[in-house]
Design a protein around this ligand. Structure first.
Ligand SMILES: Cc1cc2nc3c(=O)[nH]c(=O)nc-3n(C[C@H](O)[C@H](O)[C@H](O)COP(=O)(O)OP(=O)(O)OC[C@H]3O[C@@H](n4cnc5c(N)ncnc54)[C@H](O)[C@@H]3O)c2cc1C
Length: 377
């Protein structure tokens, strides 16, 4: 063992890349280690690409704060750096009495979180979205979409440009807290080796609870056990993309933000995610679940979508702290000094709105790093 880095980041998803772009500089040796052949191959490119406004999350939670802060930041970053985005707004729509009640509560929560929202009359709904059907709805004008790959390329370029090094096909397989930081064991195509680093930032997404366990954290005691929540998307064909003007969401009646209609930068429509917990990582879309989607509230709100318009497209798996039947869980972003790991920072349960919140999460982590290393290092 010989090399000593200042900062080692585990995982090159949008979070690891955003963090690398913020902590680099000040003469620091920064390494970003990624087990896959390239960056962003897991959650960060398998999502809805929605820029959330901060509506859904408990007041004063990290999710609410960092999402709201990032909503503004992300539009700025996109505008200034030529990253494709659309500030198209979104409508959340209720199609029955129970959903109307839930919609009203959601509206209050969003307003409490400081998100600009507008309750729509039937007439306003018809003017904005003539093809939408529902009993009640509100508009979130600051929601939008971003090209997540373009965003990651921007973070990567900034990190590299300022001296960070990225190693692909390099898996972290062991971490040990030692005096002055951590000893990190990695496996790359050339074999296994170890090095010393003053700071480790664990943003390993679906595997970050495992990386925490590697470092000796009791993940049951710490409540770090992540669940995997798979979401399947269907493409909507037949020129139906001309029939809506903004993102349309059903009222969430369970976990997550609910099924929605979203589109990418090229205005290709997708319906989903149809979500359920899984024990293994497979991105195959189970076509037999299409009937569940067809019976869902979002299809009732958009009656122009018929069975023949829907084709299985893609899926993503989210790292969630919230298990089946459990309540809201916030992002965990924590310096683990009191667990005998000075210099080790955990990011656990970075589920939605992680893509949106990535710039603000990076700022939050950069502050923790400055506390550990001193802002001049
Ligand atoms: C279906 C779905 C829809 C979503 N929709 C939205 C949305 O519309 N808007 C929004 O804001 N958010 C959304 N999200 C959430 C968002 O995508 C995630 O919060 C975000 O991508 C998390 O990024 P990450 O970098 O933490 O994880 P990841 O992108 O999963 O990156 C983690 C990286 O760590 C690497 N890694 C793991 N273990 C190791 C190891 N031991 N050694 C080295 N490398 C390792 C992995 O290979 C991976 O590349 C959605 C997520 C899903 C799944």
């Amino acid at each position: 063992m010989s090399y000593r880095a200042d900062i080692t980041i585990v995982g090159a998803g949008v979070i690891g890349l955003a963090i690398a772009s913020q902590v680099v500089g000040k003469g620091r040796e920064v390494y970003l280690l990624e087990k896959n052949e390239s960056f962003g191959q897991e959650q960060s490119t398998r999502n809805s690409q929605v820029i959330h406004a901060g509506i859904y999350y408990e007041k004063d939670s990290l999710k609410a704060r960092l999402c709201r802060e990032s909503n503004r930041l992300l539009y700025q970053i996109c505008e200034q750096n030529g990253i494709a985005y659309r500030k198209c707004g979104k409508i959340i729509v209720a199609t029955n009495d129970a959903e109307v009640q839930a919609l009203e509560k959601l509206y209050v929560r969003g307003r409490d979180n400081g998100v600009p929202l507008k309750m729509l009359s039937r007439r306003e709904m018809g003017q904005l979205e003539p093809n939408l059907r529902g009993m009640a709805a509100f508009l979130s004008p600051t929601s939008g979409i971003v090209d997540s790959y373009g965003l990651m390329c921007y973070f990567l370029g900034r990190a590299r440009g300022n001296g960070a090094q990225i190693a692909y096909k390099t898996e972290v397989i062991g971490i040990e807290g030692v005096s002055g930081g951590c000893k990190v064991r990695v496996r790359d195509p050339g074999g296994d080796f170890s090095f010393m680093t003053r700071v480790v930032i664990n943003c390993a997404g679906l595997h970050s609870h495992r990386v925490a366990a590697m470092a000796g954290i009791d993940i049951n005691k710490a409540s770090y056990k992540q669940h995997w929540y798979k979401g399947e998307y269907y493409s909507v064909s037949g020129g139906k993309n001309k029939l809506i003007n903004r993102l349309i969401y059903a009222v969430p009646m369970g976990i997550g933000v609910g099924v929605h209609v979203c589109f990418d930068i090229d205005w290709r429509l997708r319906l989903g995610p149809l979500s359920y917990y899984v024990d293994e990582i497979s991105y195959k879309v189970d076509d037999s679940r299409k009937k569940v989607l067809l019976a869902s509230s979002i299809v009732q709100a958009l009656p122009f979508i018929g069975p023949s318009d829907l084709d299985p497209e893609t899926s993503g798996i989210m790292s969630m702290l919230q298990g089946k039947g459990e309540g809201f869980r916030d992002f965990v972003i924590r310096h683990e000094y009191d667990r005998g790991l000075p210099g080790f920072i955990s990011l656990i349960g970075i589920d939605s709105p992680g893509l949106t919140a990535s710039p603000a999460i990076a700022g939050y982590v950069a502050h923790l790093v400055d506390e550990i290393l001193g802002s001049g290092v």
